[in-house]
Design a protein around this ligand. Structure first.
Ligand code: ADP
Ligand code: MG
Length: 265
């Protein structure tokens, strides 16, 4: 019998204690095909990617290049057609469906281009919502949601519905909702695409600040080159392929650097 905690993150933290650097997330030779009627659309071709724990990584690329597909695979919303997805060192394909859903609910926060807030709920209730799966006490849920809203500067607007908020404020609510469960990984798919330039830049600065404060790993996509400057790692994707060379630190972290073949570009 063992009393050691189990699961991917416990494993990752044990490895971290042992001095092994475990990437927050990793894609190895990931391809993704969609069946579209009779045709087969390939959205990703053999993508290799290692996301360093605690980093702020941006995936850039033109519309249709595969950013959303890549983030959905990384966030375990979709399975790759080929290849491996590791979260905290664990091959997610080995997790049974229910364990994977629970894992995702607990450890991965999502921010979407269209905000995806529930219109009938207040800002506070929207932020509280994901905690229902992981926090049994209603008063604790409310308290944590309020804290998260305050941390994005929206404490005063907690009772407003999404329709009563500006685009930038809605996206702040979405960030609070992603962060409230203190996830390991926050995935933001073009979070600034529906915002004007200035509001978009403010939002990226806010995500950066939250990342510094919480130590959470952030991966966001954008097709706006002006928003890339502040990232720790930049990954450029064109037609489903990573075209930016894999940096030395990233290559050192890749499982495949230990022997498997290496395709990119
Ligand atoms: P981006 O987010 O960079 O705009 P996507 O990941 O949405 O790119 O799309 C990449 C490619 O995959 C595009 O050619 C797109 O048309 C195709 N694609 C995305 N989702 C689907 C789907 N559900 N069915 C068929 N093709 C899809
Ligand atoms: Mg997209």
């Amino acid at each position: 019998m063992t009393l050691a905690p189990t699961g991917p993150l416990a494993q990752a933290s044990r490895q971290a204690l042992a001095g092994v650097v475990v990437p927050a997330a990793e894609l190895v030779q990931v391809s993704k095909h969609y069946a579209l009627g009779q045709t087969d659309v390939t959205a990703l071709y053999g993508v290799n990617l290692s996301i360093e724990a605690g980093s702020f990584t941006v995936i850039s690329g033109p519309s249709g290049s595969g950013k959303t597909t890549l983030l959905n695979v990384l966030g375990c919303l979709h399975q790759p057609t080929h290849g491996k997805v590791y979260i905290g060192g664990t091959d997610v394909a080995t997790l049974p469906d229910r364990a994977l859903s629970a894992f995702r609910a607990r450890h991965i926060g999502f921010v979407f281009q269209h905000f995806n807030l529930l219109p009938v709920l207040s800002a506070l209730e929207n932020v509280e919502y994901p905690l229902q799966l992981i926090e049994p006490h209603a008063d604790v849920r409310r308290e944590r949601a309020m804290e998260a809203l305050k941390s994005v500067g929206l404490g005063q607007l907690a009772l407003r519905r999404p329709a009563e908020l500006s685009g930038g404020q809605r996206q702040r609510v979405a960030i609070a909702r992603a962060l409230v469960k203190q996830p390991t990984l926050v995935i933001a798919d073009e979070p600034t695409a529906n915002l004007d330039q200035k509001t978009g830049a403010e939002l990226i600065a806010l995500m950066r600040e939250m990342q510094h404060r919480s130590g959470t790993t952030f991966v966001f996509s954008s097709h706006d080159p002006q928003l890339l400057a502040d990232a720790d790692e930049r990954v450029h994707i064109v037609d489903g392929r990573v075209v930016e060379p894999v940096t030395a630190s990233r290559a050192a972290n890749l499982h495949l650097a230990k022997g498997a073949s290496h395709e990119h570009g």
